[in-house]
Design a protein around this ligand. Structure first.
Ligand SMILES: *Cc1c(COP(=O)(O)O)cnc(C)c1O
Length: 355
């Protein structure tokens, strides 16, 4: 509390990111970063860009990056928006599209930043319950609203909807923007980018932070028809003309063009996910079917917070989210195969101890 604060600041409940501990030698499975490095071509492009040209502002339109991103999915640059991490893209989208008076709809168990943006922009929202199997039920998103946000695959559950479900959702709300947050789509779900030309109310948001292993670079992007992209650009240019610096622009452009590296890296994660899931199930965990680079799991007779604390004692960090519907669950990032083995060994040890 401070007399210097705007009244709004008193009301904010900010997002709490997973911790970034300063300890070395941790098995860090709490924030869904990639265990593998970024594309070597992206690193080389950034090294080459460290020169005198940094005295100049970057391209405010980010045209090369938007062109490269559009090309992958058959869209022109005018259908692509880029921002400082997809969190920033999401924030602009909430402000640009969701202030129609009615609530914004999203799942009761999903990315917890959505409620934070609603708080920041004073938007009412309604959290639509997942079903008993922790799945999104598309039909529950009908009726008056200001827009719909769907993480697909959902976080923290990892469960993905198919494109037929996305089409039904878009048809339920033809006069509202349906934002599909595809932070994890490369790990096994179908992207709705292919539907953008067909649906003027669709905005697809993706990031370089997860599958492209560039969380430290802060680059996110969106696909939508030019009408939606123009709204985001208006908000952006009323906020920060240069959200992406020169290094981020060249690094992300090179990463976007390195299809081979993406396929290889994602393939390794998917392979490890299958092995880890099997190992966890053999220890008695219930593991939701994941299309992401993490698994969501619970044990029928062990306390999740206790497991997380004991893992931490062994320098393994996983994510435990408090809250009625999430307290029994742990979210575990897929690490290298060696990290997955370390995790399984630690869990085996914890479960076999009695206290
Ligand atoms: C990680 C994540 C983001 C944010 O990604 P950044 O591009 O790093 O800001 C957005 N949505 C979901 C569901 C995520 O898990």
């Amino acid at each position: 509390m401070s007399r210097f604060w705007s009244p709004l600041v008193h009301t904010l409940t900010p997002y709490v990111p997973g911790e970034q501990p300063r300890l070395a030698d941790l098995v860090k499975l709490n924030t869904n970063e990639s265990p593998y490095g970024p594309s070597p071509r992206a690193l080389a492009a950034m090294h080459a860009a460290v020169d005198d040209s940094l005295r100049l502002y970057p391209d405010p339109q980010a045209l090369d990056l938007r062109t490269a991103l559009g090309k992958r999915v058959g869209l022109s640059a005018e259908c692509v928006f880029v921002g400082n991490g997809s969190d920033e893209v999401l924030a602009h989208a909430f402000q640009a599209f969701f202030a129609h008076g009615a609530p914004v709809l999203f799942a009761d168990v999903t990315y917890s930043f959505y409620t934070v943006y609603c708080g920041l922009y004073g938007l009412p929202y309604r959290q639509v319950p997942l079903d008993g199997a922790m799945r999104v039920v598309v039909e529950d998103y009908a009726g008056p609203c200001s827009g719909v946000v769907l993480a697909n695959p959902n976080a923290p559950t990892g469960i993905a909807l198919g494109l037929d479900d996305i089409r039904r959702l878009l048809a339920l709300q033809p006069d509202r923007v349906v934002l599909v947050d595809e932070a994890y789509v490369d790990f096994g779900a179908q992207s709705a980018a292919s539907l953008v030309a067909e649906y003027p109310n669709l905005l697809v948001v993706q990031t370089f932070s997860k599958s492209r292993a560039l969380a430290g670079l802060r680059v996110g992007f969106a696909f939508g028809q030019p009408e939606l992209i123009e709204a985001l650009t208006r908000v952006k240019d009323s906020f920060n003309s240069y959200p992406l610096d020169r290094l981020a622009l060249v690094g992300a452009t090179a990463a976007a063009e390195d299809e081979e590296w993406l396929t290889l890296s994602v393939g390794r994660v998917i392979h490890s996910r299958a092995t880890l899931t099997e190992g966890l199930e053999s220890l008695g965990f219930e593991v939701l079917p994941s299309a992401a680079n993490f698994v969501y799991m619970r044990h029928p007779d062990r306390d999740a917070a206790d497991i997380a604390a004991r893992l931490r004692e062994q320098a393994i960090i996983v994510r435990h989210l408090k809250g009625e519907r999430t307290a029994a669950w742990l979210r575990v990032t897929i690490g290298t195969d060696a990290q997955c083995q370390t995790l399984l060994a630690a869990l085996r040890d914890i479960l076999h101890r009695n206290t």
